[in-house]
Design a protein around this ligand. Structure first.
Ligand SMILES: Nc1ncnc2c1ncn2[C@@H]1O[C@H](COP(=O)(O)OP(=O)(O)OP(=O)(O)O)[C@@H](O)[C@H]1O
Ligand SMILES: [Mg+2]
Length: 333
């Protein structure tokens, strides 16, 4: 469809698209706005859901912290509709946004990502994407969460038993489920575990972009090359996957060490990375480390707010989020 037709239908942006009588009457909308039930294609100027994975094969580098905090600012400050998908059995993103009790209740109700995969493996139908997604989490309007479960680790262990053909299907499980709800969101941010197992590949598979959060230490260069190669290999095999690197964020930066400063310089000077490295970085801050105590992101955690570094750190997170929006928009052009 071209712009004129959108205008006749009163569709000027994502919100109007979702709310339009046209979409409501057809009911279903698919990847990049293609309406599945007909030949009608919405593309071009209309802005669509962007799916972004946060990946590093190294553990503890700040993937979850960056994901949850960018998501919260996108929703709280800018009013974007944001879904956080917690693909990690460690459930860190989940418990950074909802309480342990709430998570356990969702687990008992069989409405976590574990149940999504379990249903497929055992031919059951307990999981329902619409009831699994929790809306307005951490008291932030427009912030939604698809929670993980500690049990997800069992699924990862069971996958080698599945035949190769089924393995291919297995990588599409999340895609098939999210297809039903995707158009409700401006951004879907996926917090990945520190591996590229089949569960993580479910996230990579549907992502338009990925961001690498990394501590600028001595091993980070090797780690980054490994991720780039492994993702390239996956994209070569899985032709429907179009994931592209959108940025690299320095995390847990210690401004006192020369090592961090020299590694940052080196990575910023690397030809294929220089345009992708975020200007803004996430230093080590006490209010960031302590925010999850309240099961809330930094922006509205009372523990974070009680720390003297809160204001300055909040501004850093906003700056990173602004740059995130810029980087993703630049990729779309
Ligand atoms: N900028 C920061 N300042 C202070 N602490 C931080 C910062 N970023 C992350 N941390 C802390 O470091 C630890 C690891 O961070 P996080 O869980 O975000 O890493 P991760 O890469 O998601 O780890 P994993 O690989 O286990 O999923 C957490 O305790 C977190 O609170
Ligand atoms: Mg994590």
């Amino acid at each position: 469809m071209d712009q004129e037709v959108y205008e006749i239908l009163g569709i000027t942006d994502n919100e109007h698209f979702r709310e339009s009588e046209l979409v409501k009457s057809l009911g279903i909308y698919g990847r990049n706005g293609i309406i599945d039930s007909g030949e009608l294609y919405i593309e071009g100027d209309l802005k669509m859901t962007k799916i972004v994975s946060f990946i590093n094969l190294k553990g503890g580098v700040g993937k979850t912290t960056v994901t949850v905090n960018i998501a919260s600012i996108l929703a709280q400050k800018y009013g974007y509709k944001v879904l956080v998908v917690d693909l990690d059995p460690q459930t860190n993103a989940t418990v950074s946004l909802i309480s342990q009790e709430h998570w356990q209740e969702r687990s008992r109700a069989k409405q976590t990502l574990y149940d999504m995969f379990y249903d497929l493996l055992h031919n059951e139908k307990n999981f329902n994407i619409n009831s699994a997604i929790l809306k307005n989490v951490s008291d932030i309007d427009n912030l939604a969460l698809l929670p993980s479960s500690l049990d997800l680790v069992q699924i990862q262990d069971n996958i080698p038993e599945i035949s190769n053909k089924e393995y291919i299907n297995f990588v599409d499980v999340l895609a098939n489920q999210l297809e039903r709800v995707k158009a409700q969101y401006d951004y879907i941010l996926i917090d990945c575990p520190p591996n590229l197992g089949a569960i993580t590949l479910n996230g990579i598979n549907i992502s338009d972009y990925y961001i690498i959060p990394t501590v600028p230490d001595i091993l980070s260069k090797i780690g980054i090359n490994l991720i780039l190669n492994r993702i390239d290999q996956f994209v070569e095999k899985k032709h429907s996957c179009n994931i592209k690197l959108a940025g690299l964020i320095f995390t847990k930066v210690d401004t006192r060490t020369n090592l961090h400063a020299s590694t940052k310089r080196e990575l910023r000077d690397t030809e294929e990375l220089e345009a992708l490295v975020f200007e803004n970085e996430m230093p080590t801050r006490i209010s960031i480390a302590e925010a999850p105590v309240d099961s809330r992101p930094h922006v509205n955690s009372s523990t974070a707010r009680s720390k003297s570094d809160y204001r300055a750190t909040h501004q850093l997170i906003v700056d990173i989020t602004d740059e995130f929006i810029e980087k993703i928009e630049a990729m779309e052009e």
